[in-house]
Design a protein around this ligand. Structure first.
Ligand SMILES: *[C@@H]1O[C@H](CO)[C@@H](O)[C@H](O)[C@H]1NC(C)=O
Ligand SMILES: *[C@@H]1O[C@H](CO)[C@@H](O)[C@H](O)[C@H]1NC(C)=O
Ligand SMILES: *[C@@H]1O[C@H](CO)[C@@H](O)[C@H](O)[C@H]1NC(C)=O
Ligand SMILES: *[C@@H]1O[C@H](CO)[C@@H](O)[C@H](O)[C@H]1NC(C)=O
Ligand SMILES: *[C@@H]1O[C@H](CO)[C@@H](O)[C@H](O)[C@H]1NC(C)=O
Ligand SMILES: *[C@@H]1O[C@H](CO)[C@@H](O)[C@H](O)[C@H]1NC(C)=O
Ligand SMILES: *[C@@H]1O[C@H](CO)[C@@H](O)[C@H](O)[C@H]1NC(C)=O
Length: 471
């Protein structure tokens, strides 16, 4: 990171000397850290992270297992577009990647997609399923007409020494593709074992969260700008909250220029980075009456799943301890009464705190969270605050995050090869032979760089790319 201003560096140094003893400063370095640049013959370095090519030379990298995949190279890529999107691997048949896992437990899995526009592959025909071990992550997925890169992120607990990721075209006429894959061990406390289950009737817990497959559906930096992987300890992306704000009348945004005080035993930078805790939206009473209002955010979700809601708080606005008391609601249910951030952070301002809730969205496709004044709120003070929200979908009882088919069923839909009868076998062999002759002229197999198929220039969001390389 570059600092524009030498004084800023000095003041940061000065500050850090003062608060150092009470803070934790360990940097996270994942045991498992597989970054794959799919369909490419050359590695790509993005934000100092090296994505290894899966198609270098004729010998495949150990984690790739495919029969007939094609590597696509974007010859018309804009010079400043992220290198990950210059290539893709296309699968016409069920294929898999296998990753060696050295540390059991929760892992982050990310897939990067950027729509192909190639003369050989029509993106309309990209429709596929992705299985992560025994979970269905995506089913009949297609990237639509989106011109900007799409990232799908999952949190999966792995209890064996390998992780298998399968790509299956929805039908024989369709294909699957991916531009990049990340498989990274997550910090131990990223997914808790238990969270409060939001139930209007009674207080109860949801147990066994670590055994669920989670899909991150929203990750929002309340009151602040987009936070890019460059500025996040776990290379996450946090988006601004504006489009989710339902009622913000009377609320204010706040930006804190001081230092966020991470404490041992409290949330670490891996739970939420500085840039998330440094901004918030709040309710501020400036006279003798406490405003009667809530700030509410709404998120559209897929009905029929449970969701884990993580709310991030950090009192970056009060002038002193013990002035901020407020209520927290999820789907209109009071989940935290008279939340006192001073108390839960061990009486330290600008120190982060977070709370997890599980909600059942069986009957509603809107998930809402609100903060508002409580009976203990004070006049001339802050009466409600929120710094960030994360919403993660839990797999359903079929072990799926996308639809009602279980992994075994999705796999079984693909006909077995050969079938034990000679004639279909010969027919298939002939077909493969003739196909491969046709294909060899057009595409590259197993990632031979020289014959990579070009796809035409795609408009990319230049401002985002610049942001990634700036700072
Ligand atoms: C306090 O300020 C709010 C707006 O900030 C205003 O609507 C309200 O009438 C004021 N109340 C009093 C008692 O002055
Ligand atoms: C805030 O929201 C909760 C839950 O929906 C509701 O019970 C409460 O009345 C609201 N408060 C105000 C002032 O609107
Ligand atoms: C606030 O106080 C009123 C009156 O004492 C009470 O009826 C209400 O339940 C309290 N609200 C909360 C959220 O505790
Ligand atoms: C998610 O899948 C796991 C393992 O298959 C299962 O034990 C769990 O009950 C599923 N979760 C839900 C909410 O059904
Ligand atoms: C995916 O599409 C296939 C064929 O169109 C259909 O049979 C299947 O039910 C779909 N799966 C889901 C989960 O929508
Ligand atoms: C794809 O490329 C073709 C030819 O290069 C172009 O005419 C077409 O507009 C492109 N489609 C999209 C969706 O960009
Ligand atoms: C990282 O964060 C700093 C400080 O908030 C900001 O100035 C910079 O633009 C960010 N960089 C990127 C690449 O997002």
């Amino acid at each position: 990171m570059e600092f524009r201003n030498r004084n800023l560096v000095l003041s940061l140094l000065f500050l850090s000397l003062h608060v150092l003893p009470s803070l934790s400063f360990t940097f996270f370095s994942p045991v498992d850290n597989h970054l794959v640049n799919c369909g490419s013959a050359t590695d790509a370095t993005v934000d100092n992270r090296r994505f290894v090519a899966d198609g270098s030379h004729r010998s495949k990298t150990p984690f790739c297992h495919w029969d007939s995949s094609v590597s696509l190279r974007n010859d018309n890529a804009l010079s400043d577009s992220p290198k990950l999107y210059d290539s893709a691997r296309v699968f016409r048949k069920p294929s898999k990647y296998e990753f060696e896992i050295r540390e059991k437990g929760t892992h982050m899995v990310r897939f990067h997609f950027h729509n192909l526009n190639s003369s050989k592959f029509d993106s309309i025909d990209a429709q596929f399923h992705i299985l992560i071990d025994d979970f269905v992550a995506l089913s009949n997925f297609s990237t639509g007409n989106s011109f900007s890169p799409m990232i799908k992120e999952y949190l999966i607990s792995i209890n064996s020494d390998k992780l298998v990721i399968r790509f299956l075209p929805s039908e024989t006429t369709k294909f699957a593709f991916v531009n990049a894959i990340e498989v990274i061990s997550a910090p131990k406390d990223l997914v808790p074992e238990t969270a409060q289950f939001v139930n209007p009737e009674k207080v109860e817990n949801f147990d066994g969260l670590k055994n669920q497959a989670l899909e991150v559906v929203y990750r929002v930096n309340v009151g602040g700008p987009k936070v890019t992987p460059f500025n996040d300890t776990l290379w996450r992306t946090w988006l601004p909250d504006d489009e989710h704000l339902e009622s913000s009348f009377g609320s204010e945004r706040v930006y804190f220029s001081g230092r966020i005080k991470y404490q041992t035993g409290g949330p670490s930078r891996e739970i939420g980075p500085d840039n998330v805790y440094k901004t918030a939206r709040l309710i501020h009473s400036r006279n003798s009456s406490i405003p009667s209002l809530n700030i509410t955010w709404g998120f559209s979700v897929t009905k029929g799943y449970k969701y884990l809601v993580r709310m991030h708080f950090c009192d970056i606005a009060s002038i002193s301890l013990e002035l901020l008391f407020f209520n927290v609601y999820v789907n209109g249910n009071l989940v935290y009464k008279d939340l006192d951030l001073s108390e839960v952070t061990g009486w330290m301002l600008a120190s982060p705190y977070y709370a997890d809730f599980v909600v059942d969205q069986s009957y509603s496709d809107v998930l809402s969270v609100s903060v508002g004044p409580s009976n203990n709120s004070l006049a001339y003070a802050i009466d409600g605050i929120l710094n960030g929200v994360e919403i993660m979908k839990l797999n359903n009882s079929m072990g799926s995050l996308d639809g009602s088919d279980c992994a075994g069923f999705v796999l079984g839909r693909w006909p077995q090869r050969g079938g034990g009868i000679l004639i279909p076998l010969i027919a298939a062999a002939l077909l493969v032979l003739s196909l491969s002759i046709v294909l060899r002229r057009r595409f590259t197999f197993g990632g031979q760089e020289s014959a990579a198929v070009a796809w035409s220039k795609l408009p990319v969001d230049v401002s985002e790319i610049n942001a990634k390389h700036g700072g």
